[in-house]
Design a protein. Sequence first.
Length: 174
Amino acid sequence: MKKSDIDTHGERGRVYPAINVKVYRMPWTTETVAEHFKCSDQVAEQAARFSFEAAQGSFWEDAKDQAAEIFGKHVKVYSGGRSGGWLEVDGLPEVENWDAIAVSEWARFNAWARQAIEYLTSWDYHREAIEANRWAEPGAEAFNFYHDKAGATHCISEEKAKATAAGFGPVVRK
């Protein structure tokens, strides 16, 4: 990587070294989810949304940790742009002042981001996340598990299905 290969992004006069992390299209579809999990299109769409949002959260948390590891704890990672598709790093010198070591560190960070995005958009990742969180079940919620006072773990979609089967009708949260 050369200094001229490094993107910058910013608003209102501030410019940061940045990586375009927009995901324009997933390599799988909600139809893939519906077919694999044998669920309705509506449930598949919700499961895909929950999974994508969880992957986004994971990416941004990991990006903060990775940036701190590579550049130092003084840096801050931001999501920039209208749709949050730019990973901006604050706390670094202006790119034109970087030496070969700084460019090498940025190349390492950029490679990490590319690999993370590839993994976090893969069907394998999302299939496992949807399965583990039971998001492809009717009534699933983004945070689909809770612990009761006794410490037992309960699945919300399962609890809703039990309530419906017992004649209480679908449980609707407001």
